[in-house]
Design a protein around this ligand. Structure first.
Ligand SMILES: Cc1cc2nc3c(=O)[nH]c(=O)nc-3n(C[C@H](O)[C@H](O)[C@H](O)COP(=O)(O)O)c2cc1C
Length: 206
């Protein structure tokens, strides 16, 4: 296991599938992570005034379709995505010395997939999802408690169904860049660009 701030001695080898590479890094990063939120990644969107906005979310899955996270579809990030589906995802795993930067297009996942992610949420998480309107103004902090209590009462002795405004997005990647910190600061940057068939790899100066 790498200690915090210890950096990798990985060197560039050969073109491989960047999705596979991401999953290898992610699994290794989660396994040895000192963090409680081991799969947090930053999602950046562009708002209607052209300003970028980044926030962390929990990365749920990564496969050849893309990078999946769950959220309220009518949150600020959801509204940004309706206006402009071009987004970025950034991960930094300090204990590995790895950064990953993804750009791509966010597409809402279908309801069947959203339902299956909903079922993985604990009851309290399901209740808070119903209780709150993410990104909307709040009159007072005490309001959070009364909203939660009202929703808990409404769903007492009942299953909590997924609200319409909760689901997820899959980011279909256009570029994926892997940065490997090196002890001598000659950091390795490997940027993959999606082609009609497969990927093109370009090394970049750090
Ligand atoms: C470690 C971490 C994980 C988070 N995971 C999620 C998540 O999976 N989904 C989500 O909607 N918000 C998540 N949040 C909260 C978001 O960062 C953000 O506050 C919220 O989604 C509202 O963002 P918006 O107003 O820009 O839409 C997480 C925050 C942190 C710090």
């Amino acid at each position: 296991m790498l200690r915090p701030h210890q950096v990798s001695k990985r060197s560039h080898t050969a073109l491989q599938d960047p999705i596979q590479q991401f999953n290898q890094w992610w699994q290794a990063a989660v396994k040895d992570s000192p963090l409680r939120q081991k799969s947090a990644v930053c999602i950046s969107t562009i708002n209607k005034d052209g300003f970028p906005s980044g926030r962390y979310v929990d990365l749920k899955a990564v496969d050849k379709e893309g990078f999946v996270f769950c959220t309220y579809l009518d949150s600020d990030k959801g509204r940004d995505i309706v206006n402009n589906p071009k987004v970025a995802l950034t991960a930094w795993w300090d204990h590995m010395g790895y950064q990953v930067r993804v750009t791509g297009q966010a597409n809402a996942i279908d309801d069947v997939k959203a339902q299956s992610y909903w079922q993985t949420r604990g009851r309290d998480a399901q209740l808070t999802t119903h209780a709150f309107a993410q990104s909307r103004p709040l009159d007072s902090q005490a309001d959070l408690k009364s909203r939660f209590e009202a929703i808990s009462e409404a769903f007492r002795d009942k299953g909590v169904e997924k609200p319409q405004n909760w689901g997820g997005y899959c980011i279909a990647p256009q570029t994926i860049e892997f940065l490997t910190f090196q002890e001598n600061r000659l950091h390795l940057r490997e940027k993959y660009l999606r082609l009609a068939q497969g990927w093109q790899l370009q090394l970049l100066q750090p």
